[in-house]
Design a protein around this ligand. Structure first.
Ligand code: OXD
Ligand code: MN
Length: 584
C-alpha cells in the first residue's frame, strides 16, 4: 500500500507532469549536487570561497523581489473566517484557479519533493510538512530554512497529517502569481514567484498563516517574533520574544551584542516563534525554522557584527545571497551598509555595471541572505531544546518618528494584548508598495495572521488566562526623530540598555511610574552610562505628547472599526480607558 506521502507525490506528478522527480534526502552530498546543477542552469553563481565559503549568488527576476500581499489569499469556507485582514477567495474557486495554473506546469522540469519538519523533530511541538517545487533555488533554500530530508520522511511515516505545500515558479509572471492558503486542508498553493516569503512555504505561509490557524484550534500561538536569551553578569538567562513589523531591526536585535560587559544575547530565532503553555503554566517558545532569511542592506560590522560572522561560517551549507550587488574586485556580495565605502567596481542587483552617480542603490533594498542558524556564533545552547525556552518578557515595537516613547511596560496581559493590537509602523521595502506611511500592524502579524484578527485577539486573551506565570509585555520605539528629522536614540547595540531595564523590571529590582499609556522608567532608571545623550533628549524620548496620542486613539478607533463586532470587549474597554486617560 502506498504511504500518504507517496500518494501526495503521485497526485502532484499527475497534476504538474514533471520530466523527473527528486525526493530530497537532506544529505550534504545532495546539497553539493544541487548547487552544481544550479550553477549549470545559471540559477546560482559561486562566490569567493575564501571569504564566503560554500556561498552562492542568485539574481531573481526583477518583477519578483518581495512578498506580494495583494496576491496572497486565505481561502476559508466563509469570508468572515479570513477576516478583513486577509484577501479571501472561496476555497473551491481558488482550487479550480490554481489547478488550472499548475496543470502540466512542470513539463520539461524536475519536481523537487521536500519532506521537512518545522521545529526540532524530537519536539512534540514540531510539525511535519512536504513541499513540492520546480525551483532548485527554492529546494536549496528550504534545506537551509528547515529540517529537510530523511528525518522528516521518517517522522511523517504512515501519517497523513502533514502540511502540503505546492509550488511552481511558473513563468514568473505577476499576472499569473497567486499564493493561496487553505487552512482547513493544511495546504498552500503558490504559483508564479520564487521570492522567499512567497515560495519557501515552510516560512510565512505555513509557520505563520497556517500555523496561526492551527494554534487557534489547538490552543497555542504562532507569532512573527524573535526569540532571544539575555545572559546577565550573574549567569542568569532571561528569555524574551520580540515582534516588530518587517525591517524594524528585528534581526539586529536577535543577534545583539549588548554594550555592557558581562551581558550576552543568545540567539534562538530571528523571525518566527511557536508558543505553547507549558505544564508549569509558563509560556515556552520554539523557533520552528532552522535558518535566517534576512534583509542584507543595513547589515554591517557596526550594525550586526554577529550576522557578518554568521555569513562567513560554513558549518552548515550552502549560504545564499539574493539580489545583492557583486563586488567584482573579489567576487563577494555587497550591499548598502556592509561597509562605509562603496566599492569601485560593482555589478548591481540587475546585472548592470553600477554607477554611483545614479543615486540608486546597488543592492535591491530587499536583497536577502539565506543562512543556517547553526552558523550563528551566538546560537543559544537551548535552541534545540524540544520543550522550548521559558519566556519572561515580550517586546513589541514599531517604526514611528513620533508618538510612541522609547519604552513602556504594559500593566498586565490584557493591556499588553491591547498595546500589541495597536502597533503602527512606517512601511519599508520588505512588502513592496509605498514606503514611509503608518500602517497598523497588530502583533506585527497583519500580513501573516491566517484568520480573522478579531478572533486572533480573543485567542491571545484566552492564552493569557491559561498562563499562570505571565511574561511582562513591553512596547519600544527605537525610531523617534527630532524636529530636524534626526533619530534621537542611537539604537543598535544601545538597545541593550532598554533590555537591561526590562530584566530589572522582571526581577522586581526597579520601580516604574504610571502614565496615561502604561508604566515607564523612573528618572535615571535607564542605564545611559558611557552614552553621550542629553537629559533633554532622554526626556523627549520618554515623553508622551497628548495631542499625538489623541490622534493615535482616533486612528486606533478607525482601525478597530474595520473588524466590527469581532473586536473583543476587553480591548474596546482598554481603548475607552486610554481615551479617558487622555481626557477625551
Ligand atoms: C520577512 C518579512 O521577510 O517579515 O521576514 O517580511
Ligand atoms: Mn518577518
Amino acid at each position: 500500500m502506498a504511504t500518504p506521502m507517496e500518494l501526495f507525490i503521485r497526485e502532484m506528478e499527475e497534476l504538474t507532469c514533471p520530466d523527473s522527480i527528486h525526493i530530497m534526502d537532506g544529505s550534504d552530498e545532495e546539497a553539493r549536487n544541487l548547487s552544481e546543477l544550479a550553477q549549470k542552469e545559471k540559477v546560482l553563481t559561486k562566490l569567493n570561497d575564501k571569504v564566503y565559503p560554500d556561498s552562492y549568488y542568485h539574481r531573481s527576476n526583477p518583477n519578483d523581489v518581495a512578498r506580494t500581499e495583494h496576491l496572497t489569499f486565505v481561502c476559508t469556507p466563509t469570508k468572515e473566517q479570513a477576516g478583513p485582514n486577509n484577501n479571501w477567495l472561496d476555497p473551491a474557486e481558488a482550487k479550480t484557479k490554481m489547478n488550472a495554473l499548475f496543470k502540466d506546469c512542470m513539463k520539461g522540469r524536475t519536481m523537487y519533493v521536500i519532506p521537512f519538519v518545522m521545529g526540532n523533530p524530537k519536539s512534540k511541538y514540531a510539525k511535519n510538512c512536504i513541499q513540492v517545487t520546480d525551483s532548485v533555488y527554492v529546494a536549496l533554500s528550504m534545506r537551509i530554512m528547515s529540517r529537510v530530508g530523511k528525518q522528516a520522511t521518517e517522522r511523517i511515516g504512515n501519517c497523513a497529517d502533514f502540511f502540503k505545500g505546492i509550488h511552481s515558479v511558473g513563468d514568473v509572471n505577476p499576472d499569473r502569481r497567486f499564493i493561496m492558503h487553505f487552512p482547513q486542508d493544511n495546504t498552500v498553493m503558490s504559483f508564479g514567484s520564487g521570492y522567499g516569503g512567497n515560495a519557501l512555504l515552510g516560512k510565512k505561509c505555513y509557520s505563520l498563516r497556517i500555523a496561526s490557524y492551527l494554534g487557534y484550534q489547538e490552543g497555542w500561538l504562532a507569532e512573527h517574533m524573535i526569540v532571544i536569551g539575555v545572559e546577565a553578569p550573574d549567569g542568569k538567562v532571561t528569555y524574551f520574544l520580540g515582534a516588530f513589523p518587517s525591517a524594524c531591526g528585528k534581526t539586529n536585535l536577535a543577534l545583539l551584542q549588548p554594550v555592557f560587559p558581562g551581558y550576552k544575547v543568545w540567539t534562538l530565532g530571528d523571525d518566527i516563534a511557536w508558543i505553547n503553555v507549558g505544564e508549569d503554566g509558563q509560556l515556552y517558545a520554539i523557533n520552528p525554522e532552522a535558518g535566517m532569511f534576512g534583509v542584507a542592506p543595513g547589515t554591517g560590522i557596526k550594525t550586526n557584527p554577529v550576522m557578518v560572522d554568521t555569513l562567513k561560517n560554513d558549518k552548515f551549507f550552502p549560504t545564499l545571497f539574493t539580489n545583492t550587488a557583486i563586488d567584482n574586485s573579489d567576487n563577494t556580495p555587497w550591499w548598502e551598509g556592509l561597509s562605509d565605502e562603496t566599492p569601485a567596481d560593482l555589478t548591481d542587483w540587475q546585472g548592470q555595471k553600477y554607477d554611483k552617480s545614479s543615486g540608486k542603490p546597488a543592492a535591491h533594498p530587499n536583497s536577502r541572505f539565506t543562512v543556517s542558524i547553526y552558523n550563528c556564533p551566538a546560537l543559544s545552547p537551548e535552541y534545540d531544546n524540544p520543550k522550548g525556552v521559558p519566556i519572561s518578557g515580550i517586546i513589541f515595537g514599531g517604526r514611528r518618528r513620533n508618538t510612541i516613547p522609547l519604552v513602556y511596560e504594559c500593566k498586565d496581559w490584557e493591556s499588553g494584548v491591547f498595546t500589541a493590537s495597536i502597533i503602527g509602523s512606517e512601511t519599508t521595502a520588505a512588502a513592496g508598495g509605498t514606503q514611509g506611511v503608518v500602517r497598523r500592524d497588530p502583533m506585527a502579524m497583519l500580513p501573516f495572521c491566517g484568520y480573522n484578527m478579531g478572533d486572533y485577539f480573543k485567542h491571545w486573551l484566552s492564552i493569557g488566562k491559561k498562563t499562570s506565570k505571565q511574561p511582562k509585555i513591553f512596547m519600544v520605539n527605537w525610531f523617534r526623530k527630532d524636529e530636524n528629522g534626526n533619530f534621537m536614540w542611537p539604537g543598535f547595540r544601545d538597545n541593550s540598555r532598554i533590555i537591561k531595564w526590562m530584566i530589572e523590571r522582571i526581577e522586581g529590582k526597579t520601580g516604574a511610574k504610571e502614565t496615561e499609556i502604561g508604566l515607564m522608567p523612573e528618572d535615571n532608571a535607564l542605564d545611559t552610562s558611557g552614552l553621550t545623550i542629553s537629559k533633554e533628549t532622554m526626556d523627549k524620548l520618554l515623553s508622551i505628547n497628548k495631542e499625538d496620542w489623541k490622534k493615535e486613539a482616533s486612528m486606533i478607533e478607525e482601525f478597530y472599526a474595520k473588524f466590527g463586532d469581532t473586536i473583543p470587549a476587553e480591548l474596546k474597554n482598554k481603548l475607552a480607558e486610554l481615551k479617558k486617560n487622555l481626557g477625551i
